[in-house]
Design a protein around this ligand. Structure first.
Ligand code: HEM
Length: 344
């Protein structure tokens, strides 16, 4: 389920509940993706579409005003694009009648919010009206993700461009290329390494969970039956556990209910996510694991107290993630007119 406007009241309920809690507790396929990235550049469209950043920016700022959930949703969409077949907008392709399922329809992508796809669609249509057939959907997604990071209060950084859109989008490629909520730190490190990303990138990019929401089913086991023990995860704050259990019953709960990743400042991009991990307030097992593992803990502690450093490293890590498996040229890529459909 996506975090649609229908589920907004549910979000609000959860938000009020958890912020109350927080105020009490805080009085204080990988082979092709490991290749050296082809060169991208900030001024790639200097001649062909010099205003591309502004054009996308006008859409993202309006979209953010009208539907703020587009922010976290688009940042996540970019991540899911880059990790599967590289940053090539393959996640935007819609399954055609009678054809094999595309990435978008893979189980792991089912809860990508519709607002994220809408943002890219609107931005593409404006860009096409000014510079037809020039700018790839993959670049528009990278620019939009950056815009939303900034709109929610995060760092602004230059986006390098020059990605072409991918010619393939296959649902079965998704699962093995995305992290799972119960992945161990070893597994996360291995996956990130297969994309050319480091331990630091893992910890820093996970900081995107300073905003956004997760549906109950992603953390239900932690609340009721952690690792088959029929007990809650001992590494979760007891008040958070109680609050989450009330919103997310073990059986029969409303599948639209979501909880904020960052219980203290859910709507602002800051380093509170890391402080939360120190206080056992991580939402997913994979978040909390970053504090529990001695290899990643020092960086979590560091970032918890240094927002500027988090911002600087996050901008650099987004740039690096945005270079994964980039395609260039007609042989490997295409420039789609409609981001949801291949050219031929
Ligand atoms: C490291 C392992 C990661 C895991 C296991 C993970 C898993 C998840 C899950 C399960 C959700 C909730 C989806 C839902 O219920 O709707 C989510 C949301 C989100 N993820 Fe991650 N994620 C990871 C890393 C990342 C990275 C690297 C980024 C971006 C750089 C990212 C950005 C987001 C954002 C912004 C949301 C909120 C989406 C929304 O509210 O619509 N995540 N993630």
């Amino acid at each position: 389920m996506s975090v649609s406007s229908n589920s907004f009241p549910v979000i609000i309920f959860m938000f009020i509940f958890l912020v109350t809690l927080a105020s009490h507790s805080f009085a204080k396929s990988t082979a092709n993706t490991t290749r050296r990235p082809r060169q991208l550049s900030v001024d790639y469209y200097a001649k062909s579409c010099p205003l591309v950043d502004q054009l996308v920016g006008s859409v993202t700022s309006q979209q953010f005003r009208e539907a703020p959930v587009s922010g976290p949703a688009t940042i996540r969409l970019f991540f899911h694009d880059c990790f599967v077949e590289g940053c090539d907008a393959s996640v935007l392709i819609t399954t055609r009648m009678g054809s094999k399922l595309t990435e978008k329809d893979a189980e792991d992508n089912k809860d990508l919010a519709v607002e994220a796809f809408d943002s890219i669609k609107k931005a593409k249509s404006l860009v096409e009206s000014k510079c037809p057939g020039v700018v790839s959907c993959a670049d528009i997604l990278a620019i939009a993700a950056r815009d939303f990071v900034h709109l929610v209060g995060g760092p602004y950084y230059q986006v390098k461009k020059g990605r072409w859109d991918g010619k393939f989008s296959i649902a079965s490629r998704v699962h093995s290329n995305l992290p799972r909520v119960n992945s161990t730190v070893d597994e996360l490190l291995q996956l990130f390494k297969s994309k050319g990303l480091t331990l630091e990138d893992l910890v820093v990019l996970s900081g995107a969970h300073t905003i956004g929401f997760a549906h109950c089913h992603h953390f239900l086991n932690r609340l009721y039956n952690n690792k088959g023990t029929k007990q809650p995860d001992p590494n979760i704050d007891t008040r958070l556990l109680k609050a989450l259990k009330m919103s997310c019953p073990q059986v029969g709960g409303n599948s639209d209910i979501v909880a904020p990743f960052d219980v203290t400042t859910p709507f602002s991009f800051d380093s509170a996510y890391y402080g939360n991990l120190e206080a056992k307030l991580g939402l997913l097992a994979s978040d909390q694991a970053l504090f529990l593992d001695p290899r990643t803990r020092p960086l979590v502690q560091n970032l918890a107290k240094d927002k500027q450093k988090f911002f600087q490293l996050f901008a650099a890590a987004m740039d690096k993630m945005g270079s994964i498996g980039v395609k260039r040229g007609r042989r490997h890529g295409e420039k789609r007119k409609d981001c949801s459909m291949h050219m031929s």
